[in-house]
Design a protein. Structure first.
Lengths: 264, 617
């Protein structure tokens, strides 16, 4: 009955109605996809080497409240090409929060890092952190979630079989399988939570403007006698309104204005 | 009347005394005169005025020289002479003056105190004609190697017998223009040597002094009719570094001259050996300071690539090779030749192609110091082309300011062409020059391209992990598991119940069956009786001992009963009863016909087993 009604309805529509329908459909569908204009214009700007305009277009997308690792990766590229090294590194790191082991991203970040002006030993202090990150970022967060589900299912399933089976050898196999998968399940959850904590932590930053003054206190007096170059990595210790207390890799500390650093 | 006459007389005497006193001194033998060495002089020319007194005097006051520049003075000299047996001495003080402008001028009297009296010299007039720079320098300057000099006289300790003359090639020049500062000593007596040379201060100049250790040559010059011994003791090349008025400070020197000794030899021996009446005289001399006006270089028409070179130069550029392979080194030599401030020239700005690796050039200076500073400065650039192609190095030039022509000169260098062929495979990085590793890395990879596809944007902070869905699925699995376990438990326990129920009911069911057997017994239906007993017993044992009927046999019964810890006797009885029943059924004659006995023993057996169970329970 319903089918017939639909058919009649469809027949009754004229061209104009169809056009309106199609148009509405497309308008609705764009809600669920990337805003076409901004992304495409950014690609156009990037390909025609107008890197600052490309960066502006990508920033507009961020202002709309939606992000992804691809977006930050593209932004990082645009800033890198536009010689804004600090902002490039900042966005690469933001992208890394979303997708920690993406190879293109890691490659570009390495290149940006090597262009850094302060040739401080970037990797030394943070080595154990890098190892830990290597482990918890081996899979993406979603993968950890699914693996944990699988692990639990297998653990309980094997346990059930263990209880049900009478035969001794099978019982042994099932018991130890269940035990192994319980460990696997626990590990997946552990790594996942660690990765989540990393993602949610915002205690690292990159200097995004050049020749930033460092102060002894969250005030504009008491300037320290050296400046920071853009692209320098810092640890965030504290915040006081629009001042941030940072620690450098050589353990020097100081306060800078929040606008000078990108926290990721 | 006499007193009045007395007063008149004393007044007369006083007047006469006064008149006497008014008589000029020279009537009493003291003379103080002024004399010029020239009566006519051009503007700027230096002449001498001397004041002579023929006795010891003090407190000399010079007249006003307002129309004249005083170049030196007062220079004191004394003379003693014996004329016709009469000894006379005179002391003269002289000044060197130059007139500021044309006209007839009178120089007033000087005054001096001698013998308690103040004496005045005679005024003198001098006629000043129109000056002429060249004639002035010609009359005053006989040296051939310093044309067009402006010179100054010195104040010295030796009067006009010895003084320093300071020469500068130009007193008005441009910033960076080369000047030569020459210092000469003029002496009427033979010069023996110099001591304690203190160079002029040359603030604001970059200076290079000629080596003073070389031999100082003595020349002779005639100035104003007087012959002098002349020694040039210092020559400095100066390049003013800032515009404005700069001052070259006075030079200081001790000069030793040899003069005829005024002392009579003490004895015969002194006269013979004692240097023949000559002795050394040391004069401390101080030159005059010179003011130099330094004009800044004109801003108009200043070329963009002007880097401070002032003088006269040539400019050359040459490559050692112009056809190379990738990563082979090329030497570019740029040379600047000429005179001027070569030392201070900066390296030229050359735009090398991007594909060339360049390093800071090696700089070579070759300067000779003669009458001027000239020489050459070369810059050697090392270039390494990294990519094949045809390259031009052009658009570079050298600009300098010529102070003689007072204009900027730009010399454009010729365009250099370099042909670079492809290198051998794998030759990248085989250049013999060490390149820092991070630069190699940069040239090997650039950043990877942007992601052009769907950016897969999501609201920030939406993660599946730790989300409601994640926990929902996990919870679901746990529930599934729990449900499974529960089900199993229920099934088992259900089974267990069944067994227990069966067990409990076993005796009752057996009794029921036995009732039937009893009936058959009464009817004396042997067959049916034994059958019923059998069934009753079997079903009882099956239910009681939880043995499925198919598994019901002597062994299973035996093992189950043993499990229940029934006594051996009971077990035997049970088995005997079963056997009897079977015999009775299948071999009716073999067993006794006492049905009642069978009946009773079966009931007993069941009772014992029941009891046994209760005992254990």
């Amino acid at each position: 009955m319903i089918n017939i009604n639909l058919y009649n309805f469809a027949c009754s529509l004229n061209k104009k109605h169809w056009l309106i329908l199609l148009f509405t459909f497309f308008r609705i569908s764009t809600i669920f996809s990337t805003p076409l204009s901004l992304s495409d214009s950014a690609i156009y700007y990037y390909e025609s080497k107008q890197f600052e305009s490309a960066a502006k277009a990508y920033e507009k997308i961020i202002l709309q409240g939606r992000e992804s690792w691809q977006l930050h990766y593209n932004l990082g590229n645009a800033y890198f090409k536009a010689d804004a090294l600090g902002k490039a590194i900042y966005h690469y790191e933001k992208a890394r929060k979303f997708n920690p082991s993406q190879p293109d991203l890691l490659n570009n970040l390495r290149i940006a890092d090597s262009k850094m002006q302060d040739k401080m030993e970037i990797r030394e202090n943070f080595l154990e952190r890098e190892i830990r990150l290597g482990i918890i970022h081996f899979f993406s967060l979603t993968t950890w979630a699914w693996l944990s589900i699988l692990g639990l299912a297998l653990c309980l399933g094997f346990f059930f079989l263990f209880r049900v089976t009478a035969k001794h050898t099978l019982k042994k196999i099932f018991f130890w399988s269940s035990f192994t998968f319980s460990i696997a399940f626990a590990s997946c959850l552990l790594f996942g939570f660690n990765a989540l904590k990393e993602k949610k932590s915002h205690n690292l930053g990159v200097i995004i403007t050049n020749n930033v003054n460092l102060y002894n206190a969250p005030r504009s007096e008491e300037k320290k006698n050296f400046q920071l170059h853009e692209g320098t990595r810092v640890k965030i210790i504290a915040q006081d309104n629009d001042w941030i207390n940072i620690q450098l890799q050589n353990s020097n500390e100081g306060w800078i204005k929040i606008t000078e650093v990108g926290v990721y | 009347m006499a007193k009045k006459e007395n007063r008149k007389l004393s007044k007369l005497w006083q007047t006469m005394l006064l008149l006497l006193l008014c008589i000029p001194i020279h009537f009493l033998g003291q003379t103080f005169t002024a004399a010029l060495n020239r009566k006519t002089v051009p503007v700027g020319d230096v002449f001498q005025i001397s004041f002579t007194i023929n006795t010891n005097a003090s407190n000399f006051k010079a007249p006003d020289f307002r129309d004249f520049d005083v170049y030196s003075g007062p220079n004191q000299s004394s003379q003693m002479s014996v004329i016709n047996g009469q000894m006379s001495q005179s002391i003269s003080l002289s000044y060197y003056l130059a007139a500021k402008k044309e006209g007839k001028f009178t120089i007033g009297s000087a005054s001096i105190t001698a013998g308690g009296k103040t004496l005045q010299s005679n005024p003198v007039t001098i006629e000043v004609t129109k000056g002429n720079q060249s004639t002035q320098s010609q009359t005053q300057n006989n040296t051939q190697n310093d044309p067009g000099l402006k010179n100054e006289y010195s104040s010295s300790g030796g009067g006009d017998d010895i003084f320093i003359r300071t020469f500068v090639t130009k007193q008005k020049c441009f910033l960076g223009e080369q000047l030569v500062l020459t210092q000469k000593v003029y002496s009427r007596h033979q010069l023996k040597g110099f001591n304690n040379f203190k160079a002029s201060s040359t603030n604001g100049f970059w200076s290079k002094e000629e080596d003073r250790n070389k031999q100082i040559t003595l020349n002779s010059e005639n100035l104003d009719g007087i012959n002098y011994y002349v020694a040039e003791f210092s020559k400095t090349f100066l390049f003013p570094q800032r515009a404005g008025t700069l001052e070259i400070g006075p030079v200081e020197l001790e000069a030793i001259v040899v003069i005829q000794s005024k002392k009579k030899p003490k004895n015969f021996w002194d006269q013979f050996f004692g240097g023949g009446g000559y002795e050394d005289q040391v004069h401390k001399l101080k030159g005059k300071s010179v003011k130099i006006t330094v004009n800044p270089l004109p801003e108009k028409d200043k070329p963009a690539d002007f880097s401070g070179a002032v003088g006269n130069f040539t400019f050359k550029a040459e490559l050692d090779r112009d056809h190379v392979k990738e990563n082979e080194a090329i030497n570019l030599k740029i040379s600047v030749n000429g005179k001027g401030n070569i030392n201070l020239i900066d390296k030229p700005k050359i735009n090398f192609p991007e594909e060339f690796e360049t390093y800071d050039p090696k700089v070579n200076e070759n300067i000779t110091i003669g009458n001027t500073i000239n020489g050459s400065k070369t810059y050697e650039y090392l270039l390494i082309p990294r990519k094949k192609g045809k390259y031009n190095i052009n658009n570079y030039s050298f600009s300098y300011f010529d102070p003689e022509k007072k204009m900027y000169v730009t010399i454009a260098a010729p365009e250099l062409q370099i042909q670079v062929d492809a290198g051998a495979a794998g030759s990248a990085g085989s250049a013999s020059v060490f390149v820092p590793t991070n630069e190699i890395a940069e040239s090997e990879n650039d950043i990877r391209f942007i992601k052009k596809g769907d950016l897969m944007l999501r609201e920030a902070d939406t993660e599946f992990f730790n989300s409601a869905a994640h926990y929902a699925i996990l919870g679901g699995i746990v529930l599934l598991f729990g449900g499974g376990m529960l089900l199993r438990y229920k099934i088992i326990s259900d089974n267990k119940d069944q067994v227990a129920v069966k067990e409990r009911k076993a005796a009752r069911m057996a009794r029921k069956k036995l009732t039937h057997a009893e009936r058959f017994m009464k009817e004396q239906n042997k067959e049916k009786f034994y059958e019923e007993i059998m069934v009753a017993l079997n079903s009882y044992l099956s239910n009681k001992l939880n043995i499925p009927p198919s598994d019901l046999n002597r062994e299973s019964i035996k093992s189950k009963l043993t499990e229940r810890n029934s006594s051996a006797a009971t077990i035997e009885n049970v088995l005997k009863t079963i056997d009897n029943c079977e015999y009775a059924r299948f071999a009716p004659g073999a067993v006794s016909d006492n049905l009642n006995e069978m009946y009773q023993s079966t009931i007993e057996l069941i009772a014992i087993i029941e009891e046994g169970k209760e005992k254990k329970a």
